[in-house]
Design a protein around this ligand. Sequence first.
Ligand code: BGC
Length: 757
Amino acid sequence: MLYSDWTLSNNEYDPKERQARDALFSTGNGYFGIRGFFEEDNETIGANGGIYMTGVFGMGSYDAWEGKSSELCNLPNVLRVCISCNDEDIDGFSSISDFSQSLDMKKGVYARRYLWKTSDGRRLELCFERFASMHDIHRIGQRITIKALDKIDNLSVAALLDSDVTNLNLASGEPFPIQPGRNHFISRNVRTNALSVTLDDPDSTVLNFAQQTFAYLNGKAVTGRITTNSKACGTAYTCSLNKNEVFTLEKIIFAVTSLDESLNPEQEIEDFLSKPASYEQELARHCSALSDKWRVADIEIDTNTTDLTIVRYNIYQLLCVCPEHTDRFGIGARGLTGEMYEGCVFWDNEIFVLPFFLYTNPSAARKQLMFRYHTLDAARRHAKNNWFEGAMYPWQVDRKGVEQTPVNCGAFYAIHITGDIAFTICRYWELTQDDEFMLSYGAEILYETARFWVSRCDYNSFDGRYHILSVRGPNEYDVYVNDNAFTNMMAVYNLKSVNSVFKKLKERHPDEFDKLFKRLGASHEEISKFCEVADKLNIPYNAQMDLYLEDDTYLIRRKLDLKRAKPTKKRIIDSTLPYEALPLYQVTKQADTVLLCCLFPHLFTKRQKENVYKFYEPRTAHDSSLSYSPHGILAADIGLHEEAYRYFKESAYLDVNDLQLNTINGLHFANFGGTWQIVFHGFAGISASNGKLYIKPALPTQWNRISLHCLFLKQTVKITIDKSSIAVKRLDGDTPLTVCVNNQDYLIDDKPLTIDY
Ligand code: BGC
């Protein structure tokens, strides 16, 4: 892999690596996610493309908790192109040389180039370029340039919208090529350069696509002919090329679906087809919209390493996945870059991904939290179906918020997600002071989830404490335990938040608060109960060791020889021991108590954090991509600079190095958010608490300076940190901000301030 400031590229062509690289070179705009597949591939699973849309699910293959499961649907391959040269197909496989593929993250353009030789030795240079427009999210641009390096008598290029695709169903570790999956289209309507399909989901979602194509020979327009069959449509071009002549195809795709709440999708398609689009113009608009996003999102790092590019790559993928156009869908664990976990949304979103948006684009974060509000009824149903009160957020959800984990596979235990959502709602409010959100939506979620915790906790009259029994914390190798500290502390926070949030809302908005109180059927007795349960909820802790315990039995379990249990990069459960064996051992799948220290940096003493890190780190298998970043953040916090940097590397380069051996199935979005968090919370040491921004830098020795922006209390702040000083500048707004460095408060008004640390 090659790194230059804004570009990630690869010059090696290895057919075996192709599918994993397809994921790596994904691009998107929050509406579409497009893998870096070869659009000219007619032969292999690559012919299925790999294009996804936020919220577009087909019928899955197993029984979930309320009927058949859903799975993210692989869309018609709207980038498909069939290219042949003197009647030989160019399929992007056999005769490739001088290959390169690159992602320009500043422009948001993915490009590919190679030389191709026909069987009689004639050479062509092919360049492919694509983008998903950040300006008009319904549009995708594609440009293909073919240069004849020898005379070519007959070049044929057909630009298609092709619904003859299936889901990819890629499986890591499987021999290549790998099992294709289902086709989700129950009907198709193929017209001239326009195609609609109806999905097999319960809503019979309809997806409409149209394309405009333009072709040029040495810059002069070439006329094409319409081509259609029962599954595909498009425009085909043929020409002959003298040596050094260039054929160019430009195409703009437009899509609208029945989920867009468009009043008249058919009309929108007609409107698109009737107004000629221009590739260059679309590209320019897209680049400018993306550069607006980078203005706040970018992190500049002065370093001799490749870290600047890789941090940008992590951020770029977060920008590409975020559905800013809607509050009806969440961000899936693999975003829109692969089909693993069926495209579902987990706690990954609240705890790992959303902090990036909370600090750089709070309105996008609000929309993600609104997704949880819109699915609150599903969470209420889930609680009721499982004999609890209030709202129990399911572990893994589709766009309707319904539990998608296969039945009997642990979702009943994985309840910390409910507290994670409540926690992030409070973080959003603390950082934005968006009272309207809290009054109208957030408080209802807090109250209903608090009701759930009360009904989920059990009182033990022998020790006078509440306990949460049969639960699975972030460390899923526990299988299930009693009193997972992470779950219990999130529950405590959730339960206590009702009282503290209500107090403030009542003070600031007495009338609206009264209405809210009535709407929730709230009572002071119930709120006192929330507080009582919170106060008496058991948090496992060993006073002798001053150590928070993952659960009530962790200390008495057997030690596990991790070298033996995990001799390779493969997860323990995929290599040496069955899942059932793991509760016998002190083994942690992924950051659990370590993560707790990151989420509540002001709650634990330095000694307690050190104890947690020293105890759990050697017992952690990192068998999930969610493990590295919390270790990096905590290591930075307690001054273990080299460890922090090592974990940063694991996290930031995870997909590039295919560390979890499953990048083929889609990129790891929690990890992208986690990488941003190591830089922001760890190296820059920024956190917010009680209306103040705390800055406690811990720059890696390999970095000289970082500069970033964040939004705090609706104002944009620029923070630049070098080896000895912190420069803070407020870029907008007029409220003084308090920044705390080394226990000293500084007021930031119009004037920039430099603080030595
Ligand atoms: C992790 C979970 C995570 C899920 C989706 C699992 O391997 O253990 O914590 O939510 O992957 O990313």
